[in-house]
Design a protein around this ligand. Structure first.
Ligand code: ATP
Ligand code: MG
Ligand code: FE
Length: 344
């Protein structure tokens, strides 16, 4: 099947056409630059940018594919999770297109799209597999029995997401939003063992075991305190070393728990997705630990890690192929859509 995917959960307005496992076109417009000076995404600005970009982005995705709406079999759109005002623009636009063209419409879970997109690079999913989702809003280990309808959460962050932790530390260091890529770049120049950065929840806490859960808010606090101490003592801040040590700590705990989960669940493959999976230290660590434990790690190229329309279209193809009923034309957006809901 041929599916048009539309994405507007946060600051990217994106559309793509996927045919089977082939990415036919992929257009991404971002309002990131407009948020940089505020240190985070401003929902009102992002919603307005979606409203302006929606029609040109969708038109370009169809034009790049040399198609019209008549050539596609279905439309898929991110129905959540995300910023309500942003979701409303993409979902309303997708409903209008589906109605006008008489095409089935699927409201899908953006986060599951981050997993589905790996199929464009690595082919169909293994039968029963684990997936690590690492993004600006999520850090979770998922057991994926069937990407179209059967997903369980094995572990999740109890506080901040990994990307959020990087973005917060980046702010302390004076990098513009989103700071993740800046930490990555500086981290490649520093010493990963220069500063002791704690790893959240290695032992579980308060007698309760959290073998696959994560916690990153304490990591940010520890780095913030360390920086304050250096400043108070009049010492220079070794930015590259801080970035390298932070990345090493976060990548190590993510890789260790994800691969341990694969061993416990008998999964020979780990699927990785979400914007934070663009991080070079995490990519290297996952491949290294995976190789040591005989787990094949499917981590997509950078352009497919951050938000895009291809992930939405790919999941749409899976839903069409599985014969899942399209969404009711009146389906609502869900800004806090749970991870075990694949489509609405
Ligand atoms: P969600 O997918 O949970 O709804 P989101 O869509 O906002 O959240 P993504 O766009 O998937 O998140 O990812 C954005 C995050 O990825 C930001 O926190 C950003 O800093 C981080 N990120 C992007 N590239 C890198 C990198 N190279 N190193 C570290 N973090 C990165
Ligand atoms: Mg974004
Ligand atoms: Fe995302």
């Amino acid at each position: 099947p041929v599916v048009l995917g539309i994405e507007s959960t946060c600051d990217e307005t994106a559309a793509a056409v996927v045919r089977g496992r082939e990415l036919v076109s992929n257009v991404v417009a971002s309002s990131m630059d407009q948020h940089a000076r505020y240190g985070g995404v401003i929902p009102e600005i992002a919603s307005r940018a979606h409203a302006e970009a929606f029609a040109p982005v969708v038109s370009k995705a169809l034009a790049d594919a040399s198609m019209t709406l008549g050539d596609i079999d279905a439309i898929a759109v991110s129905a959540g999770p995300g910023l309500a005002g942003c979701l409303a623009v993409g979902v309303s636009g997708a409903k209008a297109l589906a109605w006008a063209a008489g095409k089935p419409l699927y409201g899908i879970n953006h986060v599951i799209g981050h997993i589905a997109v790996t199929q464009l690079q690595f082919g169909a999913f293994p039968e029963d597999t684990l997936a690590l989702i690492v993004s600006g809003g999520h850090t979770s280990l998922l057991h994926v029995r069937d990407v179209t309808r059967d997903i369980d959460v094995v572990g999740t962050t109890l506080d901040d997401a990994a990307g959020e932790c990087f973005d917060k530390v980046a702010r302390l260091l004076g990098f513009p939003y989103p700071g993740g890529p800046h930490i990555d770049r500086h981290g490649q120049l520093g010493d990963p063992h220069a500063i002791r950065v704690p790893q959240g929840l290695t032992q579980g806490r308060a007698g309760k075991q959290h073998p696959y859960d994560f916690s990153f808010s304490g990591v940010k606090t520890a780095v913030a305190r360390w920086i304050e101490e250096q400043r108070a003592a009049g010492r220079d801040i070794p930015v590259d070393d801080i970035c390298a040590s932070l990345a090493d700590s976060v990548a190590t705990v993510l890789a260790r728990k994800a691969i341990a989960g694969c061993e416990q669940y008998g999964s020979r493959t780990l699927i990785v997705g979400g914007g934070f999976s663009a991080n070079s230290q995490l990519r290297a660590k996952l491949l290294e630990v995976g190789e040591a434990h005989g787990v094949i790690v499917r981590i997509p190229k950078i352009a497919l890690c951050t938000d895009n329309g291809a992930m939405v279209a790919m999941l749409g193809v899976n839903l069409v192929e599985a014969g899942i009923t399209p969404s009711d034309p009146a389906f609502p957006i869900n800004s806090s859509m749970p991870l075990d809901v694949v489509s609405v």
